[in-house]
Design a protein around this ligand. Structure first.
Ligand code: FAD
Length: 506
């Protein structure tokens, strides 16, 4: 055992949840340790999630734009993709972001350890002095644990180091979920491997119907890949607003993605350089027989969800409470059942998204520091698919609103996006719907309950919708907001006017 340093707060995992906790707690004057086993900081998001995927999507958006060039009177054409440069571009973006984060943490005085937490003794455990818990940090394969004295400057410690802290925040994140009974191997890959392919595949079978599956489908299809999407249910994004999901399905198909619903993958045959043959059954309705089929792709990407990283022995044996899915059970502020132990991000029940983890980290840090703060409301966390066009959603769907008994006079307003000049110029199609209604406790005031958008820039448009839905702004007031002209944001303004009974352009 090595040096015992003590901290106010120790955080396990430097993804968006962990690093936001660290930054906020340090800002509030606490001594903070942040422990990360990856070589770089930033977790899934910066290294193998949000950032590298959007770097690649930025490239394929460019292809999309060039494909429309002739229509706009510009002579340009796509003459292939230089994958070496694209690879460098992705790495450059990731590198800049992770180094920037390291600099920020150092600037705030956060002590970063590079190593893996392999043992925990929780702050409330018997025999722990001063109510502080301890963490054992181990270097990879017997190598020393490193402590960063400045951004990018590491000092080797011993191969095992113990630190103590009064509060421990667990933010260990998630990993790709394998298909039931079928391991990732050969040409059957997960999203991390998909981001690192030397080239985009010429053909791919993608299994899944959530954001990650749809982003890869859209990106590869735009780059000329033949994409078959196998989904289990009757539509993509099954938990989303039906209209938005149907519009996105139509747009993906229009771009060339083959979408097969009601499928169940039973086997994947792979071999070196042989691609992947995916066996599935398909039964579209109970009255029809299930058919056994196969589809072949150079690669098969399984993107059916992510599992929390909570199965390591140090955590399972800590006495912390888990639900049936292996998620850590917490209160809305991140408190677990163990005093002084907190959990945030993808290991907690709720949308597995970076911006949610980030906000949970701020809430946990402020609560630990004794500030009064507002917990994250999962119902108003915006969700986005960075497909072409983008999909974004916040708040209740029509079906969810209709099923609630604290709401009255629920209605849906659909705005025809093609009335918008920027939409017309984009050559894209989409949909925007607003779900509104009044709470039975205040039946005279209608509020915006949900907004669901398929459109270019939907990822940005949804931020305004989140303000309106999250703050329960009365519909009439929301409809008075002025939007600059000509912008995509006018679609939301016009849809709000229509929902408020004052349609202008429809
Ligand atoms: P993570 O980011 O997973 O970080 C956890 C960290 O803990 C990891 O770095 C891990 O190495 C470390 N760790 C685990 N165990 C230990 C241990 N014992 N000791 C030390 N360190 C440990 N979300 C969005 O909001 N927008 C997007 O566009 C988006 N795109 C995505 C695209 C892809 C392909 C993927 C896979 C995910 C995407 N996500 C997106 C989801 C997002 O990345 C996650 O929700 C987010 O990273 C979760 O943050 P976290 O802090 O909970 O965990």
């Amino acid at each position: 055992m090595g040096t015992a340093q003590s901290f106010d707060i120790a955080i396990i995992g430097a993804g968006p949840g962990g690093y936001s906790t660290a930054l906020r707690a340090a800002q509030l004057g606490k001594s903070v340790a942040l422990i990360e086993r990856d070589a770089t900081l930033g977790g899934t998001c910066l290294n193998r999630g949000c950032i590298p995927s959007k770097a690649l999507i930025t490239a394929t958006h460019t292809i999309d734009t060039v494909h429309r060039a002739a229509e706009l009177g510009v002579n340009a054409s796509v003459n292939g993709i230089d994958f070496g440069r694209l690879h460098d571009y992705r790495l450059h973006i990731v590198d800049t972001m992770t180094k920037g984060l390291a600099g920020l943490l150092a600037h705030r005085g956060v002590t970063v350890f590079h190593g893996e937490v392999t043992a925990i003794s929780t702050p409330g455990a018997a025999g722990n002095a001063d109510n502080a818990g301890t963490l054992r940090i181990t270097g990879a394969n017997g190598s020393p644990v490193e402590q960063f004295v400045r951004a990018g400057v590491a000092q080797p410690l011993e191969s095992t180091v113990t630190i103590s802290a009064r509060n421990i925040v667990i933010a260990t994140g998630s990993r790709p979920r394998p298909l039931p009974g079928i391991d990732f191997r050969g040409a059957l890959i997960d999203s991390t491997q998909a981001l690192e392919l030397d080239e985009f595949p010429a053909s791919a079978v993608i299994i899944g119907s959530g954001a990650i599956a749809l982003e890869f489908a859209s990106m590869w299809c735009t780059a000329g890949c033949t994409v078959t999407l196998l989904i289990r249910k009757d539509r993509v994004l099954s938990s989303w607003d039906r209209r938005a999901a149907v519009t996105l399905t139509r747009e993906l198909k229009r771009h060339g993605v083959t979408i097969l619903t009601h499928t169940n993958v039973t086997q994947v045959d792979t071999g070196a350089n042989l691609g992947a043959t995916v066996h599935y059954t398909r039964q579209v309705s109970d009255s029809e027989p299930a058919e056994q089929r196969t589809v072949w792709g150079e690669i098969a990407l399984a993107a059916i969800g992510r599992d929390p990283i909570t199965d390591d022995a140090w955590l399972t044996q800590s006495g912390i409470q888990f639900d049936n899915a292996g998620m850590v059970v917490t209160d809305p502020y991140g408190r677990t059942n163990l005093p002084g132990v907190w959990a945030i991000g993808d290991i907690t029940e709720g949308p597995a998204l970076a911006h949610r983890a980030f906000e949970q980290g701020i809430v946990a840090a402020e609560t630990i520091c004794g500030l009064t703060t507002r917990p994250v409301d999962d119902a108003t966390v915006p969700q986005v698919v960075f497909s072409s066009p983008e999909a974004a959603s916040v708040g209740l769907t029509l079906e969810q609103a209709q099923a609630r008994d604290d709401l009255d006079s629920v209605s849906e307003t659909v705005y025809p996006m093609l009335g918008n000049a920027r939409m017309l110029m984009s050559g894209s199609a989409g949909s925007l719907s607003i779900v509104s209604g009044a709470y039975t406790s205040n039946p005279d005031v209608s509020v915006v309950l949900g907004v669901h958008i398929i459109s270019p820039m939907a990822s940005d448009l949804i931020a305004e919708a989140e303000q309106i839905v999250g703050n329960r702004v009365p519909l009439h007031d929301a409809a008075r907001l002025i939007h600059p002209h000509p912008t995509f944001s006018e679609t939301l303004g016009e849809a709000l006017l229509k929902a408020d009974g004052r349609p202008l352009n429809t």
